[in-house]
Design a protein around this ligand. Sequence first.
Ligand SMILES: Nc1nc2c(ncn2[C@@H]2O[C@H](COP(=O)(O)OP(=O)(O)OP(=O)(O)O)[C@@H](O)[C@H]2O)c(=O)[nH]1
Ligand SMILES: [Mg+2]
Length: 702
Amino acid sequence: MAEYKPEQIRNISLIGHGGSGKTILTEGILYTTGVINRFGKIEEGNTVSDFNKDEIEKQLSISSSLMNTAWKDSKGTAIKINMLDTPGFMDYIGDVISSLRITDTTLVLVDAFKGVEVGTEISFKYTKKYKNNIVFVVNKLDTENANFEEAVKQIKESFGNEVAVAQFPVDEGMGFHKIIDLIKMKQFTFDTTGKGEYKVEEIPEDLKAKAEDYHQNLIEAIASEDETLMEKFFEGGLTEEDIYNGIKLGMKGRKLFPVFCTAAVKNIGVRTLLDFICDFTESPADKSPEVAFKAGTTDEVEVKPDVNGEPVLLVFKTMSERNVGEFSFFRMYSGKVSAGMDLVNSGTGKTERLSQVYSMNGNERKEMSEAICGDIAAVVKLKDTHTNNTLCTKSNMVELKKIEFPEPNMTLAVFPKRKGEEDKMGMAMHSFHEEDPTFMMTYDTEINQSLIHGQGEIHLNTIINRMKNKFNIEVETAEPRIPYRETIRSKAKDIEYKHKKQTGGRGQFGHVVLTLEPTGRGEGFEFVDEIVGGVIPGRFIPAVEKGIVETMTNGVIVGSKVIDVRVRLTFGSYHTVDSDELSFKLAATQAFKKGFKDANPVLLEPIYNVEITFPEEFMGAVSGDISARRGKILGMETEGRLQVIKATIPLSEMSGYSSKLRSFTQGRGTYTRKFSHYEDVPKEVESRIIADYEKQKAEENK
Ligand SMILES: Nc1nc2c(ncn2[C@@H]2O[C@H](COP(=O)(O)OP(=O)(O)OP(=O)(O)O)[C@@H](O)[C@H]2O)c(=O)[nH]1
Ligand SMILES: [Mg+2]
């Protein structure tokens, strides 16, 4: 491949709701630019981007894939375009976020019939954080019910006044192949054979007025970003050069979100979109310096996009391939790297050798002589470097800002189907976490279960499926046990227990008197030794405390941890021969259990803060369901065309929530959740939990 300078690179991500056509548009770009000579189809499972077995089976993208190609700008300069095609299904949001973090411009695809959908809204939110330049692409304009104006109306409602139409379709619907371009003020007539070529024509008479209207709107949008342009606009209009510069400026400052037209599957509008990308979108050289930190500190330093600077790169994704090992995908923020180079992982201080540098097209890799500042590429077999690590030089130890992945909002308990595969399962899960930081596995000692956490049921099922395919490990899942807590609401005074055993030789004797009382919520456990006159010798007192702590860990009512209790040891007695630590421990255990039951014990349950995003028409269904789950609505707000409800819901009522929410919002509702606090379980629920626990205990003891 030709040598490029940073000015000749464009880093583009494609985001948008599932099915809006991102993968096909990527395929169209690769076909148009000659990377492939057969235009793959989703239905045939032969696109460059969706190469994973499960993506082919499900006919949708699950992971992001990196592709690259080249095109020429209007001056004839070769431009390298790196593209990240991301999944639109929000369970797989992790790869959307990492792609946005390291690309400069994002194409936001909108289905011309379905308009703005939940996935469009959610993924767009992250573009604000990573300050991506935005290009809207209204795709599928060849479908029967395509409605460009309605789609634009929705885009404006959702994403604001920065939205400006840069193209409109002449003949949307089945016969779509003509586009009016409002920057060039020409009509582009595409051939209908799929080649993607087009003729430039004058705008037909009957569309001139409409084009002029749209053109004026676009010019106004461009002018309104900048005072000098505004003045010029009022004084006599903008020149072609003003318009070109204004578009670039507006895009860069996120003040202009131009809207383009495509029918990706028919390769219509793809060439003109490529032209726009090359001429108007930012190159890595145009970007402001990256704010990073001096390694191991919070001191900010700038990493300038300088090809002659010290090499600095961020690993934003890893992928393991059976016969090759682990691929690490990275973006260069400064300097350049080539095969054989040693860099340092600024998080661990360890040296890593870049044995080969690859440019990627899906799972096809090609060796590259070097990757320069701004480029995106991959290396294999780094020893101990993962997503979010920075590689740099010893003399310039910096850490680039990390990708912030969302908290998991779905948890399942897992067990291997075949006994003895626990360790193997753990290792496989760990490798999935390395590839996808939005997935995690933990072992919860409190409930004694291995748990997997992710973005939704489908996300977790995808991982389980991949585990079976890749590692031949089959697992079963269950709802995790709920980590209830037990505490008391009143005082139990002078609870006495005497542990006494006389068997043959030396006996056992321990005698304690305890008072139990609640401490404030969150204040924890307190043990107060109030023994006077040595009625219990000091050497036995730690055993008393130990007995209480152990009992608290194992629980008294339903086997859950006891919290927020103060225990006073007020009195007791001992026997000079028979007393020992064990006897006092046993006595304390029994006294504590007895006292606990007398002190108005209650069960507490974990309550989660939940934020649910959905189209307004489902308000009744969503809020009704929250009440049915014993939830409380804390607030509501609108975000664009969506409704957001903030609520608290007990964890025990959240099983299967992501699927349920999806089913009654026609797949359009999503939610996030985070642990908030513990609250009393209502009495009627409590009796059911206790009865269940006792039944289970009885069965175990059979
Ligand atoms: N008629 C028509 N169909 C299209 C167009 N673009 C894509 N499709 C079809 O729409 C379906 C979804 O396309 P994809 O490219 O997989 O959509 P995506 O946005 O990548 O979807 P996810 O990966 O699930 O996020 C496929 O059947 C495509 O062939 C288009 O412009 N017109
Ligand atoms: Mg896709």
